[in-house]
Design a protein around this ligand. Structure first.
Ligand code: NDP
Length: 610
């Protein structure tokens, strides 16, 4: 059907056929949909558990078990745990212990040290508490090593090192009702106690592997990107991988991680084979150094204003000035209904909801046409360029930004092995097989992402036993149930931060900060009221679950039309553990407002205090 000429003019012209694009997108989705959904992946357990060994610590660490008591235990030393620690310190809590299986703070940025690792969200909004620490990021987009360093800066700033338990995996949390304390058991033989426990476990914590036939037969060297084996590759996150100069390297996966490490592998390996199932959308990144004294020139409160400005824009809101002004904000402004409305207003015309949705789709087509045109303008071999073009709507997959990824495929030692949407067929002792053809490799790197959409307790790897021995795995058997994403009924003095029915935004620390603020508020209230136990009451939990449900299907039509991936649970929108099931459909700004208003009321509505 031709585009309505008025809408076409609002778009500043339409030089593509929307019907043809819609049809192509559907075809690309359909050939990727697998009936196995999430179970196409294998868990990094049992025979695969070596994939999660920590390559960054000296082996042989030992310490005596702990049987003491602290006021607060935070499980997880990533940004969630750090921000929780910061907010608790500000509220006057002294005896805080962070437990993490890693050897230091950093979470994601501790584990992900692959070559080229960085954050493509602007550092001035991504790195929290910059005004408090006085830290000035070196680049507009920080490299991973700087974010890892900054995690340590935050831990020092909030005095969190003193009582940490690193290289320690929690094995069980058990509520002792008589003592009103949590008993925390670990793989170090600890049985420590805490009045409060906060689980800040992170969402992309547990790597996943493709369940390929023959995966156990492969005899070459292999590892996952989140446990990079520099012992084998040589070099470092920002140094040449000299160990690969005589190696034929294969990498499976072309998501946000692979986009960053592939250029580095290409410049080091004798030969690089990139096994692709679905190409990423890769736009301009345009990194630059932070101008000297730029941060000092800003007015106090600048970071919160910048964060608010960014989050408002990337969730379809309106602002006077786009402070971050990058690929993210440009993309959202173009794709949002706001942009469509603005175009209509410029022509002195109101638009209907249906027209707004159509304009948003047209803007999406236009954006993705430009992303595909960028591929064609950079990649010289036409067949390779064609295979690297993404055929789906922009937010079906996480958008990527990189200036060296596409040109990597012009190198003579790099080969794209496109699997036509079907994925790698199987592995043999020395090769990756695609469409019946073996590709021999010395080393195979899995850039295959992380478990999303599996039950919370499985991802954490330990059971939580609440009041009357109730298991969290059973309480959440049909999906996560919380009050505001932070507490659950039957589990006193236990808090969660992360993607547990909270307001998701691509600027993850923004949401974590709000969650940490609320948790610290509840604990402070309990302390000032002299109470021993705080717990979400059944009605409070149900009310939030109802609110979640009322907004749950906002994106169903969109995600149903998408190529499979973790955003849409590999095409299974009904999965109660899915990525969006854990995120408040009203958006992060509304979520923040709800928590803000709830605190302002001061009555701890929905929380039992005893
Ligand atoms: P992803 O889940 O995004 O990507 C996994 C990749 O593996 C996909 O390309 C997937 O293909 C591919 N794959 C899976 N199974 C097979 C198979 N059988 N055969 C071939 N290919 C297969 O993981 P990432 O580690 O790349 O990224 C995870 C998240 O981490 C990102 O989405 C982002 O949120 C975050 N991140 C953020 C960065 C930042 O700059 N802030 C940088 C890096 C990561 P398919 O798409 O077809 O499923």
């Amino acid at each position: 059907m031709p585009v309505d000429p008025v809408l076409a003019s609002l778009m500043g012209g339409v030089d593509f056929d929307p019907d043809r694009l819609r049809e192509r997108y559907n075809q690309e989705r359909d050939k990727r949909l697998k009936p196995e959904r999430n179970s196409q992946y294998v868990e990094v357990a049992a025979d695969f558990s070596y994939f999660v060994d920590d390559p960054y610590v000296e082996p042989g660490f030992q310490r005596d078990p702990l049987f003491d008591e602290v006021e607060v235990v935070i499980v997880g030393g990533g940004f969630g745990g750090l921000m929780m620690g910061g907010r608790l310190r500000a509220a006057g809590f002294e005896h805080i212990r962070v437990i993490d299986k890693a050897g230091d703070f950093g979470g994601t940025w501790y584990w992900n040290r692959y070559p080229g690792v960085g954050c493509d969200i602007e550092s001035y909004v991504y790195l929290p508490f910059l005004e408090e620490t006085g830290f000035s990021p070196r680049h507009k987009y920080s490299f991973g090593s700087e974010i890892f360093e900054y995690s340590k800066v935050l831990a020092l700033h909030f005095n969190l090192y003193a009582d940490t338990c690193f290289q320690t995996q929690v094995t069980e949390l058990r509520w002792d009702a008589e003592a009103a304390r949590w008993v925390i058991s670990t793989d170090r033989g600890d049985r420590m106690r805490a009045k409060y426990v906060v689980l800040s476990s992170g969402a992309f914590d547990r790597p996943k592997l493709p369940g390929l036939p023959g995966i156990q037969d492969f005899k070459g060297h292999t590892f996952h990107t989140c446990r990079w084996d520099y012992g084998y590759t040589g070099g470092g996150p920002h140094e040449p991988l000299i160990g690969l100069k005589d190696k034929r390297v294969g990498i499976i996966g072309t998501g946000a991680t692979a986009i960053q490490c592939i250029p580095h592998l290409a410049s080091a390996a004798k030969e690089l084979l990139v096994f692709q199932r679905t190409p990423s959308s890769v736009d301009v990144r345009n990194n630059c150094e932070t101008a000297a004294d730029w941060v000092k020139s800003l007015e106090p409160g600048w970071q919160k204003r910048r964060m608010d400005n960014f989050v408002t824009l990337i969730h379809g809101g309106e602002v006077d000035t786009d402070l971050v002004a990058d690929g993210w904000t440009d993309m959202f402004q173009n794709l949002s209904g706001f942009a469509a409305r603005r175009r209509a207003e410029a022509l002195g015309r109101a638009i209907t909801t249906a027209e707004r949705l159509e304009l948003m789709e047209l803007a999406d087509f236009k954006k993705m046409e430009s992303v595909r045109a960028r591929v064609a303008s950079i990649v010289k071999d036409p067949a390779t360029a064609e295979a690297l073009k993404p055929w789906y709507r922009q937010f079906c997959k996480r958008p990527c930004f990189h200036d060296d990824y596409l040109s990597t495929f012009n190198r003579p030692n790099v080969r794209l092995v496109d699997t036509a949407g079907l994925g790698v067929e199987r592995l043999t002792a020395d090769a990756v097989v695609v469409d019946g053809k073996p590709y021999a490799v010395d080393c195979l790197i899995f850039a295959t992402g992380f478990e999303v959409g599996t039950p919370y307790v499985r991802r954490n790897g330990y059971e939580v036993l609440g009041r009357d021995g109730r298991k969290l795995s059973e309480h959440w058997a049909q999906g996560v149930r919380t009050l505001h994403g932070l507490q659950t009924h039957g589990f006193p003095n236990l808090f969660f931060t992360g993607f547990t029915q909270t307001g998701f935004t691509f600027l993850v620390p923004f949401s974590l900060n709000e969650q940490a603020t609320n948790v610290a508020y509840i604990m402070s209230q309990a302390r000032s009221r002299g109470t021993g136990v705080v717990e979400a009451c059944a009605a409070g939990e149900q009310a939030w679950c109802d609110e979640m449900r009322s907004k749950a299907h906002v994106g169903d039509q969109f995600y149903g039309s998408c190529t499979p991936g973790y955003f849409n649970n590999e095409g299974n929108l009904q999965n109660p553990f899915g990525f969006y099931a854990g995120n408040y459909g009203g958006g992060p700004m509304k979520f923040m407002q709800i928590l803000h208003d709830w605190r302002a009321q001061g009555g701890l509505e929905g929380v039992d205090i005893r």
